[in-house]
Design a protein around this ligand. Sequence first.
Ligand code: HEC
Length: 113
Amino acid sequence: MQMRSVSGLVLFVLMAAGAGRAGAAELSERQSLLLANNCLQCHARPGVPAPQIGDAAAWKKVAEKGEAALLANAVQGLGGMPPLGYCSACTEQDFRALIRFMAALPAPAGAVK
Ligand code: HEC
């Protein structure tokens, strides 16, 4: 019950954050949960040397590497970023969506969620 309401709050915050970002990639509900349960423990935690969600300047620099490089680094790990970001349930599709969402990369036309 406790976990459920926390996830609900995170989802609400994510949807509120997403609403103001016209053109940014969107996540399915499942992917929002994957993000909340796996990525946000570092990417929404000041003090961890990870680009923080919503920090456009930090992600802009990272995004310049391009989606393919970011995908490879997320899967293989990079510095303090653990391989797969601890998300063993994430598919390649999920990683692409999560990376586009966090790095504010545009989704290619016809991309599936
Ligand atoms: C244990 C903490 C931790 C978790 C969990 C985590 N990350 Fe990271 N992530 C980091 C850190 C630290 C960096 C910065 C690495 C560096 O530049 O040395 C990073 C960097 C990244 C980058 C940029 C890579 C690059 O090429 O600069 C991406 C993309 C990323 N994370 C995606 C994710 C996704 C998606 C998830 C969830 C599935 C996730 N991370 C979960 C700590 C984490």
